[in-house]
Design a protein around this ligand. Structure first.
Ligand code: SF4
Length: 442
């Protein structure tokens, strides 16, 4: 079998990426071969190379030399002709990874490495037109939460009164039939707590029936027991995202009102037990940083000393509207970055944990996101995102009883919007901004 490999040397270290099934030993062998062929010749140069591996033999395809690797203008650094070739190779690489690998974090890594926003857009468009899976479906089955976190609109009593709504069993079946076949990742719980939904187990089962590669719940974990989690995993759940706003009892229970730190730490032990039976279960931790909890990041390595997550995401507090918390200053995060965020980055590096974190410079971008190019990137990054929640008028936006995703895409002129973006025009109502792609994946 042939394997397409992208090779990116970093200083004296070197990294070879594959489409997911080349083991470490093979990777090492590949590096030795490649090192003899290229590294010694190109000493101070930085490059990206592509090759095929056929029956253990390395067949070099192309090598792009970066004379100025740190340059933002990669096109200028490696020459226009090579830049176009690199773009095509990157697109091919991303498509192969999406088609065969299906690991959402690997895909995110490759996606981040594509320099050209238009190329990213072309890739997404290709997957859309070829009827491949590319959607990141964020689904809130019910608009309720057991907690009243200070950073969240659930802290506001008036807002809570306006919330409500829950998908019926029939709604979930209709959504399953109309959207799940295009879904690369199903994220259950996006703006509310999914464990308050009685039909959660059934929902996970329905996602598994449609072979969605990543089925995930995003939860505060306070209603999860070992047995409930086991049932979810046995029914198809393969990722658990734990949200937390503190690493010490005092801060955790202050920020996440109604939550119990003891339950959180017990859950970490329960997860360890379940992972012994189901090692495929991925665990991601989301930590929202603000002035009142930034110091707690120093305790994160201790809290996760025995249950090591696969991914840790750090994100600065953002104004999501209506919460009782009003301190959105990023200055404390900026000032304490090295002694707090830095600790987590090092912990992740030492334990082979994927770390999604805003770089110091990006903190500014996240707070003052007015730059046109950022907006262009963000609009593209939003394209795979498809949100469904049972608010009062949800069927007026997308009615799964009457249309499937393809019909919806035609009705909302999705391809036309993509073409407009490609040609440099605004994408109209695609102006929602995600900051997800502003994060460094380390
Ligand atoms: S657990 Fe999540 S949804 Fe619930 S109040 Fe806290 S932040 Fe909001």
């Amino acid at each position: 079998m042939a394997h397409l490999v992208r090779y990116i040397p970093c200083g004296r270290e070197a990294a070879a990426e594959s489409i997911g099934y080349i083991g470490k030993a093979f990777n090492q062998k590949f590096q030795e071969i490649w090192q003899k062929k290229y590294i010694n010749k190109s000493k101070q140069q930085s490059f990206t190379a592509y090759c095929l591996i056929i029956s253990g033999k390395v067949v070099p395809l192309h090598r792009f030399t970066h004379t100025e690797p740190a340059s933002q203008d990669v096109g200028a650094a490696i020459g226009r002709k090579h830049y176009i070739l690199k773009c095509v190779a990157d697109a091919l690489f991303l498509t192969i990874n999406i088609s065969f690998c299906m690991d959402i974090y690997k895909i995110l890594k490759y996606y981040r490495r594509i320099d050209s926003p238009r190329l990213k857009l072309l890739g997404i468009m290709g997957l859309h037109l070829l009827h491949r899976r590319y959607l990141y479906v964020a689904l809130d089955p019910s608009l309720a939460c057991n907690l009243r976190c200070r950073l969240c609109y659930f802290s506001n009593q008036e807002k809570v009164k306006e919330m409500g709504g829950r998908f019926s069993e029939e709604d979930i079946t209709a959504i399953q039939k109309s959207v799940f076949h295009r879904c690369l990742k199903l994220q259950i719980g996006d703006g509310a707590e999914p464990t308050t939904y009685p039909g959660l187990l059934e929902l996970v089962k329905k996602a598994r029936e449609k072979n969605i590669p990543t089925i995930s719940i995003s939860t505060n974990g306070n209603l999860l027991t070992q047995e409930k989690l086991r049932q979810l995993v046995e029914n198809g759940l393969n990722e658990l995202i734990l949200s937390t706003h503190g690493m010490s009892r005092q801060v955790y229970e202050y920020m996440m009102r109604n939550a119990r730190f003891d339950h959180f730490t017990q859950l970490l032990q329960d997860i360890s037990e379940i992972r012994k039976e189901h090692p495929g279960l991925k665990v991601r931790v989301n930590f929202t940083m603000c002035e009142d909890n930034i110091d707690d990041l120093k305790l994160l390595p201790q809290v996760f000393s025995s249950m090591k997550p696969d991914v840790i995401q750090l994100r600065p507090v953002q104004d999501i509207g209506s919460s009782i918390y009003k301190n959105y200053s990023i200055d404390p995060i900026f000032d304490k970055y090295d002694e707090t965020v830095g600790v987590v980055i090092r912990f992740c590096q030492e334990n082979n944990i994927t770390c999604l974190f805003p770089q110091k410079g990006n903190l500014e971008v996240i707070q003052h996101d007015n730059d046109r190019q950022e907006h262009f990137n963000s609009s593209i990054d939003m394209l795979p995102y498809f949100h469904l929640s049972p608010h009062e008028a949800w069927k007026t936006e997308f009615n799964p009883y009457e249309e499937n995703f393809e019909q919806y895409a035609r009705r909302t002129h999705r391809v036309r919007k993509m073409l407009k973006m490609l040609l440099g025009h605004s994408a109209g109502d695609e102006e929602g901004v995600t900051r997800a792609m502003n994060y460094r994946v380390g």
